[in-house]
Design a binder for this molecule. Sequence first.
Ligand SMILES: [Zn+2]
Length: 615
Amino acid sequence: MTHVFLLVAMFPSAAVERDAHSFANPRHVVVRHAELDLQIDFAEKVIRGDATLTIERTSADRKQPLVLDTRGLAIQFAETSDDGKVFAKAEFTLDKEVPILGSALRVPLNDKTRYVRIRYATGPNSTALQWLSPGQTAGKKQPYLFTQSQAIDARTWIPIQDTPGVRLTYSARIRTPNELLAVMSAGNDPGRKRTGDYRFEMKQPIPAYLLALAVGDLEFRKLGPRTGVYAEPSVVGKAAAEFVELEEMVRACEKLYGPYRWDRYDVLVMPPSFPFGGMENPRLTFASPTVLAGDKSLVSLLAHELAHSWSGNLVTNATWRDFWLNEGFTVYLERRIMESVYGRARADAEAVLGRRSLERELADLPKQDQILHIDLTGRQPVDGLTDVPYEKGALFLKHLEAVYGRPKLDAFLKGYFEHFAFRSITTAEFALYLDEHLLKGDAVKAKAAKVEEWLHQPGLPSDAPNPTADDLKKAEQAARDYAAGKVATAALPVKNWSPQQWLHFLNSLPGDLKPGLMKLLDERFHLTATGNSEVLFQWLLLSIKHRHAPADDRLEAFLTEQGRRKFLMPLYSELMKSPEGKERALTIYAKARPLYHPVSVESIDAIVGWKKEER
Ligand SMILES: [Zn+2]
């Protein structure tokens, strides 16, 4: 691993552009390594302990303090050391809290300081942490804790330079109740015994948002030589069956874009309240249980999180403005993995669904938020979490594929991952590299690439790729004919339809379907009872629009049994459009709110207008 460290040392800080979401000063002092010693207290719902940071000066200005990001942490003391053995108390200051960003923690340094130790405890509003009572888990017997650091919440459980422009290695000692297992975004030994005292090592440098921890009643199942799945005992069998192609996915991506550089690749299936579909914590993807459809129809999510091992974790956006570098590349890679493992038709179908979803979102988004290189100054990074960085970003790469051909683009991408491995880069650095390694030498093609328009203009260029899939065309036609009364429910050609076709069919139905058609569809195809979370989500959305009462109970169950933002936000928004719906939304939310993750709560509070006095 020494070579990795050297490589990073040669490029002290890639964050040439200031990160609007961090107080850190990596241009003067940078954290290279964090040694965590943390006690997980389920009774008090607090993490307390020490973070010992190895620092390095990156400028000649020796008067600069170390500036760390924190939000809601109780700082007990700070100490500094020259040799890592003898520590002396330091007169730290904690700035007044700034909305969104938190409080800068400043620790004065002397000329020779190399180590800074912070003793601290997490606060009650740590948005990175979700503490689940036994009743909120699948097994109902043990509590559960997990972290979600992306985008700027690592600072709510570790005092750290919380900018993706800074990369660090870490080691950790985590103390938990004896009967629980801890896992981290680090080396996890699949054969580990439960002792309540766990040690971890992450030898590859990562940005702070990839620091991750989960503690619960977890079991491991092996899938391949370097792949496996962790989950609660009652879920792990189902997860192992669903993810059986995981090792093949890793091989497919390696074949296209170079070696997998993180040793093991395991997946942790999360409790239902996990707010995202997946989180690409290195070596240990966190995945929502809503992807366990029983027929592998939603495993593109795994392909996506795995692809982040190249785009995102290996080559990382230097600021949240550059988020599309993580997500656009990853969606493109995800579809290439899906094509390799499950065939072209499946990948095409998912590309069509992606483009349609983007079009629907662009219709409502303000112009400035339709830009890949988005300006998020003064806003939450989560505001940039739309289809734009994902699907528009992927379309940009697909467009480059159309202009330069697949072999050339693949060679470019492989070189890009190699060149920028374990570095964090800005959109400008990407554009320079693109110019040098793909565009240069052919002015006609470079013009056709329209890089400036793709990166800095709203909407989509007129010649943006518009993927097609025959399977989906049939489903779309069926939806049109059905809505127009040209085909009866029983005559719909749904035999052997994939979940993707069902999704497209439902998406293609108009918002003003004739009365009675929803009921007929439900009676014949039992859509209210579907076990596929994506199909169910679309169906429930239509059911709210058309006031299809037979789906009411399932809607309430879906909104209280899982907490994925992607499903919650549109469903609550749709409910809020009518007075009766609004009343229902508030009744359901009052029950569901305590079960949701803080990240989902923040989003839904805004949608339903939840006021403090109602809490
Ligand atoms: Zn992603």
